[in-house]
Design a protein around this ligand. Structure first.
Ligand SMILES: [Cu+2]
Length: 304
């Protein structure tokens, strides 16, 4: 707990287990009564059916008790919901964009990443949007989930209260690559986070600096479907792409081509034009500027 803010899992889990307990009690109760009735009121024991008059006490009981239970569930849910919608004023802002099929994160200093890095014990506000279709951001460990809607900004917050890495999923079916739309939340010590947050812009050469094109491949989500190491994914590998001879299908006809700049550009701008043989025609047209496209093509040329 920091400044009175705490992890949400407590309030979400208590409502969940309360509902679970009610379900188990009802299942046991209904099954028990049913078995008892099957025996006690069988045709053998009761050859002549009789009318049963209504039972006011019983009816009041089974109206009032479920109403109270539902109100208790509502109260727990409402308190958790209010908590979830109230972002601490000192929260760190991270902009999140979901796209087919990857997540990208942008920090207040302009830094971008594909993993959500956050410092320990500092509330984080996620401002969420989508570049294409509906997605939904889900961090199970923090019990938070919110839709990513194109043209709209939604938000969430959470308090990273334990160092470690946690799954971050898309939890709204968004097309063939939906299951690839997965990344991590990395909760770092404040020092490690500060180090990560400040570097890269002035890379000192101790780490290989990613070229613009390589970063774009991550940012635009290309590597969710294309590998860099020759392995098969949803789409053909980028390794050795430039100059590769391959068969493409257009309008039902096979054609052998050699991959050149023009072909790569067309593949990105109009993915439905030439379909690489043996692959499904599911590559989305990913919006980007001409400059970005040029950077990507230049980078793809270097992947031998
Ligand atoms: Cu998605």
């Amino acid at each position: 707990m920091v400044n009175g803010w705490q992890h949400l899992s407590g309030s979400v889990d208590s409502v969940f287990f309360f509902i679970m307990a009610i379900c188990i009690a009802l299942l046991a109760g209904v099954t028990g009564v049913m078995l008892y009735f099957v025996v006690r009121y069988s045709r053998k024991r009761n050859p002549h059916p009789v009318d049963v008059a209504d039972n006011l006490a019983l009816e009041i009981f089974w109206t009032v008790v479920p109403t109270l239970l539902v109100l208790v569930i509502f109260w727990g849910g409402w308190k958790g919901f209010q908590y979830m919608r109230t972002v601490p004023p000192d929260a760190m802002l991270v902009k999140v964009t979901g796209r087919m099929w990857s997540w990208s994160f942008e920090y207040e200093n302009g830094k971008r990443s594909t993993v959500l890095n956050v410092p320990l014990q500092r509330p984080v506000k996620l401002a969420i949007t989508s570049a294409d279709v509906l997605h939904s951001l889900f961090i199970p460990a923090y019990r938070i989930k919110e839709d990513a809607v194109p043209g709209l900004e939604t938000y969430l917050w959470f308090l990273p209260d334990e160092i470690g890495t946690y799954d971050l999923f898309c939890t709204e079916y968004c097309g063939a690559g939906h299951s690839a739309m997965i990344t991590k939340v990395a909760v770092l010590s404040p020092k490690a986070f500060e180090q990560w947050y400040k570097t890269e812009e002035e890379s000192d050469g101790s780490k290989p600096h990613l070229s613009e094109g390589a970063e774009l491949l991550q940012e635009k989500g290309c590597i969710a479907c294309h590998s860099l190491d020759g392995s098969a994914k949803v789409g053909p590998t980028f390794k050795g792409l430039f100059g590769r001879k391959e068969t493409v299908v257009a309008a039902g006809k096979d054609r052998t081509i050699t991959v050149d700049e023009e072909y790569i550009l067309r593949s990105i701008k109009d993915p439905a034009a030439d379909i690489t043989k043996g692959f499904p025609p599911i590559m989305p047209a990913i919006p980007m500027s001409d400059d970005e496209m040029r950077e990507i093509v230049e980078h793809l040329k270097t992947l031998k």
